[in-house]
Design a protein around this ligand. Sequence first.
Ligand SMILES: Nc1nc2c(c(=O)[nH]1)N[C@H]1C(S)=C(S)[C@@H](COP(=O)(O)O)O[C@H]1N2
Ligand SMILES: [Mo]
Length: 526
Amino acid sequence: MSTTNEPRPATRRPGPSRSATAARGLLVGVLTAGVALGVAHLVAALVDPAAGPVLAVGSVAVDLAPQPVKAFAIRTFGASDKIALLAGVYALLALSAVVLGALAIRRRRYGLAGLAVFAAVGVAAVLSRPTATPVDVLPVLAGVGVGIAAMLLLVRAARTVTATESSRSRLLNRRQFLVTAAGTALAAGATATIGQTVGRRSAVGARSRAGVRIPPPAQPAPPLPGGVTAGVDGVSPFLTANRDFYRVDTALTVPQVDVKTWRLTLDGAVDRPRTWTFDDLLARGVVERDITLNCVSNEVGGPYIGTARWTGVPLAPLLREAGIRAGQNQLVSRSVEGMTIGTPLDAILDGRDALLAVAMNGEPLPLEHGFPVRMLVPGLYGYVGACKWLTSLQVSTFDAFDPYWVQRGWAADAPVKTASRIDTPKPFAQRRAGPVMIAGVAWAQRRGITAAEVQIDDGPWRPARLADGPSPDLWRQWTYRWDATPGSHTLRVRATDATGATQNGQRAAPFPDGATGWHSTTVTIT
Ligand SMILES: Nc1nc2c(c(=O)[nH]1)N[C@H]1C(S)=C(S)[C@@H](COP(=O)(O)O)O[C@H]1N2
Ligand SMILES: [Mo]
């Protein structure tokens, strides 16, 4: 009923059109979700960046994703898999927000119920993180709290419009709705932006890393012979620059560690459990080693392999000093964000250069590669030996504990398989007839590479020239000078390791213990 004394319209005006209601509902939903997320983001930046609901939901998705989905994501999006995942979470959120708004504009109760579902999903996701603490629920609760207030305000403003009959107050009320909507949008933008800024400033890892000095190694790595490089354009550099080194992990935000508060504990079935500070560790003296690291998820010919000069503390003496009890066979390493990795104790104690690495190519470990300390065990794929952002070591058995990837069906024991890759020519390259250099890398960490062979189309396998291989834990470059004839050709490579075993041509996917098969590439010669 209009309470103004304006003349009533001759005919009763119909309520706002369906499309106007739908538009308002959409605005209510999107703005409510926007301000809730903005506030949650800001509070998370203050409390714990990993407790942001979007990241937490994303992390749960990473952990729950069935193996084929993970493999697809890594294959399809590669290093952008995290961005793709977060884009997916945001898309789902946007969709839910639209539904939420449509419900809220009809019945406030439905809208509130929708927000309660958001809150429940958020809280469950945040608390399911392995490193969750009770304060981690604060971002979600603050976000949903402000979301409720925003939704009630917006719905009231939207409803007033629909209930009003006079055109003047209709106009006033429309303005009131728009003002409320604009205010909410502003609040969403402001909280998100401040959260972003605060988050960046609280990047303790970068600050801490800038202050770290690594002492000179007691045992420097022997200089690399010039002959490790084949001298062919297009082959992967022998040492991979830190910025080009592949990155594979489940962390949606790079863990931020301050070396001042960081501790490494060693416990489990040992006689003398111990805790070290970063300086305690460095005081033991560091060695320098050139080691090739690769990922079990690498497809044949894939990019997840690199070689760096690592500086670190030898791991075996640390374990021996602690006194390993009889019957133990697994070392469980844990990272600050809750990853667990299991390594055969045998592999660490057999004399290879198992390290607690603190530096990579002469710099403190980059944040993405595990600052301040990561494990490295030559000859094992990263998921069974290379825990980044390391914080605890526990001597145990394979029977007693399944680490993260083993729980998901990957092999518990995963030595690197002998493999080789053609780096040049690239797939579908066009070259002139005449001499063409085919070249690439081959690896079989711990065993070493003794031969690489190249096959053109269905011709015989012919030996490639091997560049120097100063350590079995390093990849080896190879080259083959091909007299190319016009036409389309398939090039293949296969390698032989020091046990005499030649790579088998049977194609197998990375799951569950590493891909097999010959890498091939097709080129056109004109
Ligand atoms: N904390 C943590 N450490 C981790 C992982 C991880 O997800 N979290 N991934 C492992 C895997 S699967 C590989 S292949 C290597 C990759 O190391 P990089 O990213 O430095 O190349 O780290 C290993 N260490
Ligand atoms: Mo990996």
